[in-house]
Design a protein around this ligand. Structure first.
Ligand SMILES: [Cu+2]
Length: 385
């Protein structure tokens, strides 16, 4: 009943508005005798100057944006090939800026210069081959140069020499976390299969494979400075994308296949924290957090912890509800620290053995095995029905 009343009121309001506009129209009779819809010189002049106003607006907004948001873009790359990626990006930006600044100015200037005037007629010509050759030729040459340079940079970055001395690490994506598997002393990852996933062996590593015996699985990635890391990526469920923004690296993780990327870190986490730009950025973030904390404390909630910089591996493919929080800490160590860290990690093979030896009910132990058997029995029973 209430909804019906609301609808009736809305309809009556609409009718009232319509009647009001009609009355307004009637009061205007005689005020503006020129009812023609053809633009006058005054109209054309207004449009011409508005054109310049718009041109000024986009230039001013561009310069404002450059100063306001420019400092937020990724800074100093932390990988060897990152410089190359940044150079390519900067050349592309500069070209776009120059071309757009010139073409926008010309576009708006000509729109103003040749704005309509009474009694002039636009010149019509069907085509001009010379003009078309120029405006097709110049962008074609510039773009071809840019693309060739891009291809050259891409093959340089993506080429991994199999004989090169690298550290092989597997990056395993799963809704919604990352795991890393180190190939150990032999530098060869043991075989893995999704069907072998069981208890602590959450990556489905084939424990019968001799290459698996020295594999290490962790949830925090440590890599040494100055050494090429050969990443092999897998996904358990859906498409994910391994994104290392500070190392200028990104690669899709595709279920059912292994994708690869290699890079050499050039700055340790500590060194990156000491970069002047990073010190400033962290101070700025902590200022904001301190202000927010004051509000939180006033409300009786706990204050925020101060922020410290860490490299992160993020997921850059919208993969589900918690995609936004799919991240893993990446720590670039000095080669000595890295060696020490690796030596402290437990082998996957011993973790699996330990879990098997654990009493029933403990995660990864007999309990999980029996649940699995029950599930299978249930499926078989259903199939038989
Ligand atoms: Cu993801």
């Amino acid at each position: 009943m209430t909804s019906l009343l609301v609808i009736i009121v809305l309809v009556l309001l609409a009718v009232a508005l319509w009647q009001l506009t009609k009355i307004f129209d009637l009061t205007q009779v005689g005020a503006n005798p020129d009812k023609s819809e053809v633009a006058t010189d005054v109209d054309n002049n207004i449009q011409g100057y508005l054109n310049f106003g718009f041109l000024a607006f986009i230039y001013i907004f561009f310069i404002y944006g450059l100063f306001k948001w420019g400092p937020l873009v990724l800074h100093t790359p932390a990988s060897e090939h990152g410089l190359e990626v940044d150079r390519l990006m900067n050349i592309t930006w500069v070209l776009i800026f120059i071309v757009q600044a010139i073409t926008q100015a010309l576009l708006h200037y000509f729109a103003f210069k040749y704005r309509g005037t009474k009694d002039t007629k636009a010149l019509f010509f069907a085509d001009n081959n010379k003009l078309e050759a120029i405006w097709s030729g110049i962008p074609a040459v510039v773009l071809a140069g840019l693309i060739l340079y891009g291809l050259y940079a891409w093959t340089n970055i993506m080429f991994v020499d199999e004989d090169e001395d690298t550290i092989v690490i597997e990056i395993y994506a799963q809704q919604f976390n990352w795991k890393a598997r180190y190939s150990g002393e032999d530098n060869v990852l043991g075989k893995a299969n999704v069907r072998l996933i069981e208890g602590v062996n959450s990556l489905g590593v084939d424990m019968a494979d001799p290459y698996s015996q020295d594999d290490i699985v962790v949830t925090e990635l440590h890599i040494p400075k100055g050494k090429k890391i050969h990443f092999k990526m897998r996904s358990q469920d859906v498409l994910h994308s391994a994104y290392f923004p500070y190392f200028r690296a990104q690669m899709n993780c595709v279920p059912g296949m292994v994708t690869e990327f290699a890079f050499t870190p050039v700055l340790t986490t500590d060194e990156y924290r000491e970069l002047p730009y990073m010190i400033k950025k962290v101070a700025n973030i902590n200022d904001l957090r301190a202000k927010k904390s004051l509000l939180l404390v006033a409300k009786g909630e706990t204050a925020l912890d101060p922020y410290t910089f860490d490299y992160l591996l993020l997921c850059n493919k919208i993969c589900g509800a918690s995609h936004y929080n799919m991240q893993m800490k990446v720590i670039v160590d000095t080669p000595e620290d890295y060696k020490k860290w690796v030596s402290e990690q437990a082998l996957l093979v011993s973790q699996v053995k330990e879990a098997k030896a654990a009493p029933a009910g403990v995660e990864g132990g007999v309990k999980l095995d029996s649940t699995k058997t029950n599930d299978t029995t249930a499926v078989v029973k259903m199939a038989m029905k």
